[in-house]
Design a protein around this ligand. Sequence first.
Ligand code: SF4
Length: 366
Amino acid sequence: MKINPKYTTKEAALELYNKQLMELMYHAATVHREYHDPLEVQMSTLISIKTGGCPEDCGYCPQSAKYNTDLDVHAMMPVDEVVGLAKNAKESGSSRVCMGAAWRNVRDNRDFDKVVEMVQEINGMGMEVCATLGMLNEAQAERLKKAGLYAYNHNLDSSREFYKDIISTREYDNRIDTIANARNAGISVCSGGIIGMGESAEDRIGMLMTYVHMEQPPESIPINALVAVEGTPLEDQKPVETWDMVRMIATSRIMFPQSIIRLSAGRTQMSREAQAMCFMAGASSIFAGDKLLTTPNPEYNEDVELFEILGMKPKAPFQDGEQPETLPDERVDKAKADRTAREKRLAEAKLKKADPNFEPRKVTVE
Ligand code: SF4
């Protein structure tokens, strides 16, 4: 992944961001065509595998336990259910599945074993697997990589300066450390931010500058428009102007010419014409499906219709990197063996209840 060497200072990047909008869009569209097929869009499906009850206080997030929002909290979903949703997503044209859990950080418990199993299964289906699980240490990142994880999402959200107005329960540097742990394990990085939280143009550029100064910028940069949810501290924020979204996408496209720039949350507030402008400005990915973790997203059919109008098509998986290999995982294999033994015991007990003389058949292997 490379950065555009012309925009490595905050001043140059800000000047770019503030360029006349039509000029900025034309510039971004030109860069986009140089590095990407402008008619292809990566479709990614986000599945909330564990919802709500998060101890963090991110001011935009209805999943924080600190805010009183109208949210259906649910515990970790069963592996089969998540795999079923991933199959549906694949049939609907998604090449990537991103699994989100509302955790502060990953813990080495049975829920994490389940995530590892989900990664193994979905990678086995030939889809790119991404996860967003909060903070992650080196060993956990390596375990996910061995399971076949393609990408890890961990957003910086905004600039270092503005970040503390939005989140107090963890530091900006914690986020940078998690990104580094994923990167060092050989996992592709997905990291971006949210606009419309009350930040300035300098803050938006400040976030992009953090990526410029990383050893390697993220392969995928999601740009979200705040969805102001009732009950969160940001509930009264005004909707983001389309022009701001186009400006932010175009600037990101020019500064990170090879990265995927994702038009993420906030699409339901945008007209089809506004979304088309974002694609023109270099957006190369969207989230598909009617929900984005907990906030609304356009229906699948609406996207199919929009793609038809614009002459665009979904991008196939693994166009930007090789499919990771799934290696055996001791804890998942043991959990699977325990499950099989338990199911066998239950089946035998059922048969015994129906026929008290039933004895399991003994098989001798010579
Ligand atoms: S954004 Fe993530 S870490 Fe922050 S409150 Fe929501 S679920 Fe928790």
